[in-house]
Write a protein that binds this ligand. Structure first.
Ligand code: MOS
Length: 751
């Protein structure tokens, strides 16, 4: 794909420019180390044995044969494990939903297939894996529940709400009456298959035990401090005895927000054996972790002949585990996005024998906005109105649920510029009316929306005697480009080349940072680094003023420029001092400042903040063979100020590809007799590959944001996926006249 021309600031510096990843060379040369790549003297290896049944109880673990195998050290299970915390609270990490968190080997109970039932620890990985194949279990099997369609009747309103997830708002107006009276209406059910996280790097934890008994834990996680606090709580250790490092993370998308079983089991074994231990998950075992839940949704919409919405109803039932009430904001979007006086929204959970679902790229929005935007397409068709025109006629300047104005909302620009780039005006209104050769051609579009959040983050900036700058915070880079944007911000603050800046993240020992998620990192970690740099500049200037015969004795911050390791009067570069001289004069080896960014709660209370997108897709369907292609797609995004058009575009590309996977490929398939997932591998759980991807054109529209922090940035990690599946599904309807509401849209559903 060709890099499209991007409007970038011509101002000197790196912010706003398509800067290459600073960690790129380390990654492509293999010098960037991942959690399972660290070595330690005397390292032992753990291999997990998984449950073969979906519900019941382990009667006995038969491990004698495995224990006889050469190299086997010990086999842990519910029957033989060190003590762990008894209170749920200790197991509840920073982002845990309400309920009783899963405890590996916590009891003999089996809640889901592939639940870990034993850990074989051996001198080598191969010995552990080999011995694990000899471990068997006897079970008492009880009736499992994995069919959401059937369990929908048992759905309940979760009694305790998940922190940060707004429950559906109360009804507005009178939906039933408005719907009954309306001249144009649709109502439909949308079913989403569960989707599984498949980041390239599988979960792994290497616990290095130091001579003093302290643990250095290399873990795949989106939050080193979250994992550290969790492990300390679970094992009753002083927090000072554990340090968690996640310097590089090979993709995560939400699956590494909560601490995972490899971390618990590796620490358990390390403490019991007083050795360093590594536990890695297999690709199959990755399917035993959190996932995007099964979802059944009903959307009913009504409008006038003019297309103005008169009534909106959105109901969703989502799967959760037997032990936790995992919740997302699924239906709220339908009351927020478009102007409508009569709305009724509801959301319920049904328990399934699976692990607890977890956040997966734009959790809730990806599922809920799919249903809303597919329904909007159905309504446009029923009203005989162009689908884009329908969205424009229902555009809202206020959040319909809270009646707050938006801090910024350049969605109209996304519609206009996206439509122009795509050539939407060439679309014929009627389905099955565009054709080229053997192929039916369809144009579809959808709106995307995701929260724009900021969180408190603390960062440190250190200037060393040689003029090099280091900035740090316990953030993570899950492939999103955190290292790069923080380097850009810091380099610009001091007018330094990128090579003079070192970014340290991925270590619980650094300044406070919550889990890296929710698309909040760029805005929040970026702001804290920017504040730490500003504070450090103040200190440097104050010291420069005090130097003997200082040319800057009277200079205020606005009157000086920091460039190439010097502070000088702006416009008179000769009158200044080098930072190295400032340090020497102060008799210090380095200058250091720490600063915290805190979201402005007052502003947050007054404005609604979201990122937006308009997605346009072209599909082509071979009428005889049913072969479906998506040759091109345009995603026009309003995400505030763009720090780095190159990494920003990559985030949207990744989100769009994941959205294509949702539309056409991804689905966890259960064997309903056994309660087991049937396709827990890369061969049968389909994700898009290169040949599935056509031209993806990403454009960022101009959006001025000034309520979310001084950088004006909204996150971009998630907005790319929202709306993509609906745009594709809507294009398929336009091409074929066939409405497939259950994702993924596989060939069998089209023929
Ligand atoms: Mo994101 S689903 O918060 O990693």
């Amino acid at each position: 794909m060709v890099m499209p021309p991007t409007a970038i600031s011509q101002a000197p510096g790196f912010v706003g420019r398509p800067t290459r990843r600073v960690d790129g060379p380390l990654k492509v040369t293999g010098r960037a180390k991942y959690a399972a790549e660290y070595d330690a003297p005397g390292l032992a290896y753990g291999y997990i044995v998984s449950s073969a049944v979906a519900a019941g109880r382990v009667l006995a673990i038969e491990a004698d044969a495995a224990l006889q195998m050469p190299g086997v050290i010990r086999i842990f299970s519910h029957a033989d494990r060190p003590a762990t915390a008894t209170a749920d609270k200790a197991w509840q990490d920073e982002v845990a939903p309400p309920g009783h968190p899963f405890r590996p080997f916590g009891s003999d109970e089996i809640h889901f297939a592939l639940q870990p039932i034993a850990l074989v620890v051996a001198e080598t990985y191969e010995a552990a894996r080999d011995a694990a194949s000899l471990v068997t279990a006897r079970y008492e099997v009880t009736q499992h529940r994995v069919d959401l369609k059937r369990e929908r009747a048992t759905a309940y309103d979760p009694p305790e709400k998940r922190a940060g997830i707004p429950p559906p708002p109360a009804p507005r107006g009178d939906f039933a009456q408005a719907y009954a009276d309306a001249p144009v209406k649709i109502s439909a059910d949308y079913v989403l298959a569960p989707e599984y996280h498949n980041p390239m790097e599988m979960f792994g934890t290497t616990v290095v035990r130091n001579d003093d008994g302290k643990l250095l834990v290399f873990d795949k996680t989106q939050g080193s401090q979250n994992v550290k606090a969790y492990l300390a709580g679970v094992f009753g250790l002083p927090e000072g005895d554990i340090r968690v490092v996640n310097a590089y993370v090979g993709g995560a998308f939400g699956t590494a927000l909560r601490p995972n079983m490899s971390a618990v089991l590796a620490v358990m074994a390390s403490l019991a054996l007083e050795r360093s231990v590594r536990v890695t998950l297999t690709r199959e075992q990755m399917f035993a972790l959190g996932y995007r839940p099964h979802m059944e949704q009903t959307v009913s919409l009504a409008c006038g002949r003019d297309g103005k919405l008169l009534a909106v109803h959105h109901d969703a039932v989502s799967g959760t585990s037997p032990f936790e009430d995992y919740q997302e904001a699924v239906v709220n979007w339908s009351g927020m996005l478009y102007a409508c006086a009569n709305t009724k929204l509801s959301y319920a959970l049904a328990k399934l024998n699976t692990n607890t679902p977890c956040d997966m790229r734009a959790p809730g929005a990806t599922s809920g906005v799919y249903a809303l935007e597919a329904a909007m397409d159905e309504l446009a068709h029923a009203a005989g109105i162009d689908p884009l025109e329908l969205r424009i006629r229902n555009f809202s300047e206020r959040d319909g649920n809270t009646d707050k104005p938006y801090s910024s909302k350049a969605l109209m620009l996304c519609y206009r510029e996206g439509a122009a780039r795509f050539g939407w005006s060439r679309r014929q209104l009627a389905p099955r009316s565009m054709r080229e050769g053997n192929e039916l051609v369809g144009f579809g579009m959808a709106t995307g929306v995701w929260e724009a959040m900021v969180v408190p983050v603390t960062a440190k900036a250190i200037l060393s005697a040689d003029g090099a700058l280091e900035v740090s915070t316990a953030s993570s880079d899950i492939g999103t480009g955190t290292y790069t944007i923080l380097a850009q911000i810091a380099a610009d603050a001091f007018g330094l080349p990128l090579e003079r800046v070192t970014v340290r993240i991925g270590d619980s020992a650094l300044s406070a940072h919550p889990v890296e998620g929710g698309s909040w990192t760029a805005a929040s970690a970026g702001a804290s680094v920017s504040l730490a740099c500003a504070k450090l500049k103040e200190q440097a200037l104050a010291r420069a003023r005090r130097m003997t015969n200082s040319p800057l004795a009277q200079a205020a911050m606005e009157e000086v420029a920091f460039t190439d390791g010097r502070i000088a009067l702006a416009g008179d570069a000769g009158r200044g001092v080098s930072l190295a001289d400032v340090l020497r004069a102060s008799d210090l080896g380095h200058l250091e400042e720490e600063a915290s960014f805190t979201p402005d709660e007052k502003l947050a209370g007054r404005y609604a903040s979201y990122s937006h997108a308009a997605v346009f897709a072209e599909v082509r369907v071979d009428e005889e063979l049913g072969v479906l292609r998506v040759p091109r797609l345009v995603s026009a995004v309003a995400g505030g100020k763009i720090l780095n058009p190159k990494t920003a575009r990559s985030q949207i590309l990744g989100g769009v590809v994941m959205g294509l996977g949702m539309a056409l490929h991804e689905e966890g398939l259960f064997d309903h007799d056994l309660g087991r997932l049937m396709n827990h591998n890369y061969a049968e759980y389909h994700v898009p590959v290169n040949a599935d991807i056509g031209d993806i054109d990403v454009l960022f529209v101009d959006e001025h944001e000034d309520k979310l922090g001084h950088l004006g940035v909204k996150g971009l990690g998630e907005i790319g996926i929202v709306g993509t599946a609906a745009a594709v599904a809507n294009a398929i309807f336009h091409a074929t006249g066939k409405r497939v509401r259950d994702l993924p849209i596989t060939l069998d559903k089209l023929l």
